[in-house]
Design a protein. Structure first.
Length: 271
């Protein structure tokens, strides 16, 4: 696990091992906010230890969305006394309904979490809910804004904005192709354009994975996704029985291109 990178006054990002998840930390004068908790108790404990090297303040947690590497560490923080876990309402519902189904993804790295046996392996469902309106969370001398831009990487992606930094979760991913398994590709491109337009408010933008990036990176990601939507739509019209023939022309890897086409057909059906 890397050290903390400062991204604005009292704003930090920790790049974890494996999936290179970015955990955010925002430190106020009265409490601190941890953004995403890792893929199980092993990683969660490493993240918590790193947090405690920075601050001993009471903590609140934000889960940016309902993928295992962002919330499977919640129980570690609950054991440390955290009682306030923030998420979008769709994220909280997905964790409650489908969280156990994701345990299989961590069988190698977090065997206790996969088996549901051991310390801090229970699913902690967020209890502080954001809907369509932004929510301001006062940390003492520093306010974090939790807000939702609609469907994108999932249907419950939450962003965290501070006076200096935007933590974008997996709506923005640097260094790898986007993951489309639970996505809404057309809406995601719109959300990215919205994020790019917001960048005048923030000095730093932290993606869910990878290095902090620029508004130009986000704009390129949006344009690439919009172009892929047009290409895939054309293939669906031309070859409804086998739109996967579009895979070679899409700007993503073969596996993600298959997911992209599948999700586009499921979320924007054509008759």
């Amino acid at each position: 696990m890397s050290g903390w990178l400062e991204v604005g006054p009292d704003n930090y990002v920790l790049e974890t091992a494996g999936s290179l998840l970015n955990t955010g930390l925002v430190v106020g004068s009265e409490r601190a906010m941890v953004i995403d908790t890792g893929c199980g108790p092993r990683q969660g404990k490493e993240i918590l230890a790193a947090v405690r090297e920075k601050t001993q303040l009471p903590l609140v947690v934000v889960n940016t969305h309902a993928h295992y590497d962002h919330f499977f560490g919640n129980a570690v923080f609950a054991d440390d006394g955290v009682t306030e876990f923030w998420a979008h309402e769709n994220c909280a519902a997905a964790i409650e309904d489908d969280g156990d189904e994701q345990r299989r993804f961590v069988s190698t790295t977090e065997p206790e979490m996969a088996a549901g046996e051991g310390d801090a392996v229970e699913l902690v469902v967020p209890n502080a809910i954001v809907k369509d309106q932004p929510v301001l969370v006062d940390l003492g001398g520093l306010t974090a804004t939790l807000f939702y831009l609609g469907r994108g990487h999932t249907d419950g992606d939450l962003l965290v904005g501070t006076p200096s930094t935007l933590f974008a979760g997996d709506l923005v991913e640097q260094g790898a192709h986007p993951s489309f398994e639970d996505s809404f590709p057309e809406d995601w491109a719109d959300a990215l354009r919205h994020i790019s337009a917001l960048r005048h408010r923030y000095q730093y933008l932290v993606p869910g994975h990878g290095k902090p990036c620029s508004d130009e990176f986000v704009k390129t990601m949006a344009d690439t996704m919009s172009r892929a939507v047009r290409q895939a739509r054309q293939s669906i019209r031309d070859m409804p029985a086998d739109a996967t023939k579009a895979i070679p022309v899409l700007p993503y890897g073969p596996e993600q291109s298959r997911w992209f086409i599948q999700r586009l057909k499921e979320t924007q059906p054509y008759h």
